[in-house]
Design a protein around this ligand. Structure first.
Ligand SMILES: C[S@@+](CC[C@H](N)C(=O)[O-])C[C@H]1O[C@@H](n2cnc3c(N)ncnc32)[C@H](O)[C@@H]1O
Length: 260
């Protein structure tokens, strides 16, 4: 009897959480997703860096360094960092031989945090930041040797359109590198990750950022994202060549590469 009650209570809590998650997501998906995503990142911009490193236990440094190694292996002179946010990957890319790095993002508050970091590091001659939508870039065709997106493609309103636009501004033979969350598929990481992303992440994210929707949106958007070979198929369909992916940390995130 007690067990049945416990089970009943647990399923109510579970269903309530799922419904709330769905409501948050529905509020963020849809045709004006872009504006809602922009507002969400504007709201959390000042806490973003702390939350990012704290909630990932610092693993994001390791993932970004993997991207840096790939950048170095292609030795690009010009780099576009799409959905640059507070600019961590653009700043890291300054360790390559690039002579021009441009970071773009829809959230001006995220960019403002990044601009301060770039100025503090004396990198403002190398890195410029500007507000742009990845689905409607202002750059000419064939401008950059390499484009990269870290934890950004998941937020695009129209994934194919965003990727197509990125391809347009990459030079022929240039490279796209995407770093994005995926979901671990094997025991025990799959179960640990599910617990973490459904419970710990939204709770701490809400307390620290004061924005309930942002850290409920994150795991839900990861669940919906077409990861692994589903994503490389989309890259193929947009016209990228020699696409491949590599899972990191048991599949918590993945790096995707494609050539124009
Ligand atoms: C999770 S943050 C990642 C930021 C940064 N790349 C990093 O690795 O920390 C996602 C960023 O994508 C930006 N974003 C979402 N949709 C975008 C779009 N359509 N065009 C440009 N930026 C976008 C958001 O404003 C946010 O700054």
């Amino acid at each position: 009897m007690l067990n049945t009650k416990k089970h009943y209570l647990r399923s109510i809590i579970y269903n309530k959480t799922m419904i709330e998650n769905q409501e948050h997501l529905d509020k963020l998906e849809g045709k004006d997703k872009r504006e809602k995503v922009e507002n969400m990142f504007d709201n959390i911009a000042n806490n973003y860096d702390f939350l990012n490193h704290f909630l990932s236990f610092g693993i994001d440094y390791y993932w970004r360094n993997k991207v840096l190694n790939i950048i170095k292996s292609h030795d690009p002179k010009s780099i576009l960092d799409i959905a640059t946010g507070t600019g961590d990957l653009a700043i890291l890319a300054s360790k390559s031989n690039a002579e021009r790095i441009v970071g773009i993002d829809i959230s001006q508050n995220m960019l403002n945090v990044g601009i301060k970091k770039i100025e503090k590091k004396g990198l403002d001659n190398l890195i410029t930041m500007q507000q742009e939508d990845s689905e409607d870039l202002s750059f000419d065709d064939n401008t950059f040797d390499l484009a990269m997106v870290a934890f950004g493609v998941r937020n695009f309103e129209n994934l194919e359109k965003g990727l197509g636009e990125i391809k347009r501004v990459i030079k022929p033979g240039g490279i796209l590198i995407v770093l994005e969350f995926s979901q671990p598929r094997s025991f025990p990481m799959k179960q640990l990750y599910a617990f973490y992303s459904n419970n710990i992440l939204p709770t701490f994210g809400k307390i620290i950022s004061n924005d309930a929707s942002a850290y409920t949106y994150l795991p839900e958007s990861v669940k919906r994202f077409p990861a692994f070979s589903d994503f490389t198929k989309i890259m193929d369909s947009v016209g990228f060549k020699n696409t491949s992916y590599k899972s990191l940390t048991s599949g918590i995130s993945s790096i995707y590469i494609g050539e124009k």
